[in-house]
Design a protein around this ligand. Sequence first.
Ligand SMILES: CC(C)(COP(=O)(O)OP(=O)(O)OC[C@H]1O[C@@H](n2cnc3c(N)ncnc32)[C@H](O)[C@@H]1OP(=O)(O)O)[C@@H](O)C(=O)NCCC(=O)NCCSC(=O)Cc1ccccc1
Length: 213
Amino acid sequence: MTERFEPAHGTVLAEVTPERRRASIDLITAIREVMLAAAVTDLDVDEMRAAERALTEVARTLGKRTRTRVVRAPFGGPAAALAAGRGGSWPLFAHNPLGIPLEIHLDGDGAMARLTPNALHEGPPDLLHGGFGAGLMDCMLGVLMQARGKRSVTASLELRFLHGTPLDRPLELRSRIVEVSGRKAVAEGWIECEGRRTLEARGLFIEVRRDGA
Ligand SMILES: CC(C)(COP(=O)(O)OP(=O)(O)OC[C@H]1O[C@@H](n2cnc3c(N)ncnc32)[C@H](O)[C@@H]1OP(=O)(O)O)[C@@H](O)C(=O)NCCC(=O)NCCSC(=O)Cc1ccccc1
């Protein structure tokens, strides 16, 4: 089966009013706060039960009218942000609480983002989960590819976990394109904590064929 990467369902950001966008971003930010607080709360059982009832009610209210998909950013968004010269800044997962939100700064050849992971991102004790690290790298490399204005997808992603990546400390995430050949492009990325690289990634991206052949 050939993947078309053309959305069949859902709404793109451009179809949503600025007021709704702002409200959605604020709601998702509040939900992330709830996720963290719920994961680390040390309240008594009665208080946790009361919070659970309140949250179930919130879910019922929000679920009264729903979309089929999370409001999605256009594929060409990062390229447009770079071209518009707004410091080439592109937000990821502003409308999806499951994603780790990143503000990715693009300069054409490379990308950079900062993140302080918290208790929700734990894998081994006190360290970033390897799968979250892989996801962050896929984002850093993938958005860089989008910024080229090409509809490319990850074909392979190789990771080297050099050291554990600590929680609660500021991280710098970086990526850059190292090779382009026809429909194929290779990008590298890494995570740094206080000047030390903890994780390196190398990804192959393939520009998807538009004819569906
Ligand atoms: C499109 C493609 C990757 C390739 O299919 P086709 O177009 O039919 O490929 P075709 O056979 O024409 O080969 C062309 C050339 O490429 C080579 N090559 C191909 N594959 C591989 C390989 N695995 N490994 C190594 N090489 C490979 C192949 O040998 C050939 O080389 P050649 O020219 O002979 O030297 C397809 O497998 C697919 O759709 N996979 C699913 C992708 C997907 O779902 N990704 C995850 C979601 S995206 C994401 O997360 C990113 C993101 C994050 C955040 C934000 C934004 C973005």
